[in-house]
Design a binder for this molecule. Structure first.
Ligand code: SF4
Length: 154
C-alpha cells in the first residue's frame, strides 16, 4: 500500500491540465540532491480507495487530472489506483504518474495512464524545465508513449 504526505492543485506539472498532485511517501530512489527528502520517509495517510473518494468528492469538479507523484516502492498499487480514478470518474479525469524510475515497469499497464514522467532527479542535469534534463515527459495514447518533454522548454 501507499501513503501520501500531501496534495495540491497544480498547473505546470501536466501541461494543459488542472491537476490534483498527490505526493506519495516512501520514495526508494535516493537521488543525490533530492528536492523533497521528506518523501523518502514512509509516513502519512494511507492512500486507499476511500481516501481517493474523499479527494474526488472535494476536488473532482475543479480538476481535469490526477497525478501520482512518486510511488516507486509499490508501482503496482499506483497502476491499480490510477485505474480506480478512471473508473470512479467515468474516464472524465486524466491520470498521470511522476516516477523516478527510468523505465515504465513491466508489471504496470500503460493503458492506466494518460501522462508519464520517467527518470530520476540528477542534480547537475536539472528537472523537466531544464534543457539538459535526463527526465522525459510522455503523453500516452492507445498505450503508445510520445515524448513531449519539449513542452517544458517553450
Ligand atoms: S525520485 Fe524525487 S523524492 Fe525520490 S529521491 Fe529522487 S528527487 Fe527525491
Amino acid at each position: 500500500m501507499l501513503r501520501f504526505q500531501s496534495y495540491d492543485i497544480v498547473f505546470q506539472e501536466v501541461p494543459n491540465e488542472v491537476t490534483l498532485a498527490i505526493n506519495l511517501a516512501n520514495c526508494p530512489n535516493g537521488c543525490k540532491g533530492c528536492h523533497s527528502p521528506h518523501l523518502q520517509q514512509d509516513t502519512g495517510e494511507w492512500l486507499t480507495e476511500s481516501a481517493i473518494d474523499t479527494l474526488l468528492a472535494e476536488y473532482g469538479e475543479a480538476i481535469t487530472c490526477i497525478c501520482f507523484m512518486g510511488g516507486d516502492a509499490d508501482p503496482h498499487e499506483v497502476d491499480r489506483l490510477a485505474r480506480y480514478v478512471r473508473a470512479m470518474s467515468g474516464s472524465k479525469l486524466k491520470t498521470a504518474w511522476y516516477s523516478g524510475k527510468s523505465r515504465f515497469p513491466d508489471s504496470c499497464a500503460l493503458s492506466s495512464f494518460d501522462y508519464l514522467k520517467l527518470g530520476p532527479y540528477v542534480e547537475q542535469l536539472g528537472g523537466l524545465q531544464s534543457p539538459t534534463t535526463n527526465q522525459r515527459f510522455y503523453r500516452v495514447d492507445n498505450e503508445q508513449m510520445t515524448d513531449c518533454t519539449w513542452v517544458f522548454h517553450k
